[in-house]
Design a protein around this ligand. Structure first.
Ligand code: NAI
Ligand code: MG
Length: 367
């Protein structure tokens, strides 16, 4: 059987810097766990524009469709700010998401014990937190028609339309239940069925899908109440599934329960391919951080944890994903911090490469 394939797209700014650390981790799994990947690397974003005049070459797009998983760094930067909209670095990322039809966006909110003090919430509220928000990514109010700014009488009216088909709700709900089966077996679905018809349909379809997963405990919550509960006692949740708009807000809020942008991974999954694996794009939540690019200051953990998600969700290596996350926890518990994790404490930060090396050392120690 051939090795699973992985396409790496480092992108711009700190993207290549954090990806270099992921490369060390991938090499470690090859050497020490006999876990080989067919890794290829290509350009995306500004880097692709510089070479090809487009933020995503057709050949790269085709490759992304073929591989088992894509791992992306970040795109964009001031150098490209004045480019025409159609060739902006972000368009490369959007094209990937759209053409791969990645409808389920997974944003974990996970609190490493060593960073519990870093949260704006009380330590016991966030310590040990491990929840997953599944946001519908390809439909809803960001795409629904009619949309636009129209003249009506003697004033303008701005219109956006929340629109969901049953099949769109069904497929993202299934992603959420499948995830819950591998986790804490709880799904909480959030909408506003009290004031939105699309929310009523959402609730009905999710309930219907839930019947295929009798082991999973399903609950429903209005999204505004959900926002409150996320701040009050987030540990009550396992998997939260919600639409594009509410998911945008709730996942940002939940992510910040646990600290720095430099710690946050994500995955975007689509339909299962012939080999049963979902189409998949893994990427840190952060951008290209031009303010610190090229200085060895970037925290590589968000990108490394994105690779851990790939191990778990694309490569069926849950135990190895646990091992990698545990190595991150170990390094943090040792007190190693990149600058973004230090706040105003004034301690000496470790560099991007030192953090990567420390995680590799912790992996070694785990054997
Ligand atoms: P950003 O996420 O790049 O940076 C925001 C702040 O967080 C900066 O102060 C940065 O130094 C810090 N930061 C981010 N990641 C970090 C890490 N790994 N370690 C330490 N500190 C980190 O967002 P910003 O500044 O709004 O955007 C910069 C560029 O990135 C823009 O061109 C934007 O369009 C692009 N961008 C790309 C994204 C992507 O590729 N998915 C997402 C967000 C922004
Ligand atoms: Mg957002």
């Amino acid at each position: 059987m051939s090795n699973p394939s992985l396409l790496i797209l480092p992108g711009d700014g700190i993207g290549p810097e954090v990806m270099a650390e992921v490369r060390k981790i991938i090499d470690w799994f090859g050497a020490k766990r006999d876990l080989q990947f067919d890794v290829s690397e290509d350009l995306v974003g500004g880097a692709a524009y510089d070479k090809h005049g487009t933020p995503l070459h057709d050949d790269t797009m085709a490759k992304a469709q073929e591989v088992d998983a894509v791992l992306l760094g970040a795109v964009g930067g001031p150098k490209y700010d004045n480019l025409d909209f159609s060739v902006k670095p972000e368009r490369g990322l959007l094209r990937l998401r759209k053409e791969m039809d990645l409808y389920a966006n997974l944003r974990p909110a996970q609190c490493f014990d060593a960073l519990a003090d870093f949260s704006s919430l009380k330590k016991d509220v966030v310590a040990g937190l491990d929840i997953m928000i599944v946001r519908e990514l390809t439909s809803g109010i960001y795409f629904g028609e009619p949309r636009g700014i129209f003249e009506e009488g003697n004033e303008r009216v701005g219109i956006n339309t929340q629109r969901y088909t049953e099949s769109e709700i069904d497929r993202v709900a299934r992603s959420a239940f499948e995830l819950a089966m591998r986790r804490g077996k709880k799904v909480c679905s959030m909408e506003k069925a009290n004031v939105m018809e699309s929310g009523i349909l959402w609730r009905e379809v999710v309930t219907e899908v839930g019947k295929d997963y009798p082991e999973v405990e399903l609950s429903h919550m209005y999204a505004d109440a959900g926002a409150m509960q996320l701040c009050r006692w987030p540990k009550q949740f396992d998997v939260i599934v919600t639409d594009n708009l509410f998911g945008d807000l709730l996942s940002d809020a939940a992510a910040m329960l646990t600290g720095s942008l430099g710690m946050l991974p994500s995955a975007s999954l689509g339909a299962p391919m012939e080999n049963g694996r979902p189409k998949a794009l893994y990427e840190p939540v952060h951008g290209s951080a031009p303010d610190i690019a090229g200085q060895g200051k970037a925290n590589p953990i968000a990108c490394i944890l994105s690779f851990a998600m790939a191990l778990r969700y694309s490569f069926d290596q849950g135990a190895e994903a646990d091992r990698l996350e545990q190595a991150v926890e170990t390094v943090l518990a040792e007190g190693k911090r990149t600058a973004d994790l230090l706040g105003d404490e004034g301690a000496t930060p470790v560099s991007t490469a030192e953090m990567g090396d420390a995680i590799v050392a912790a992996l070694d120690a785990s054997l």
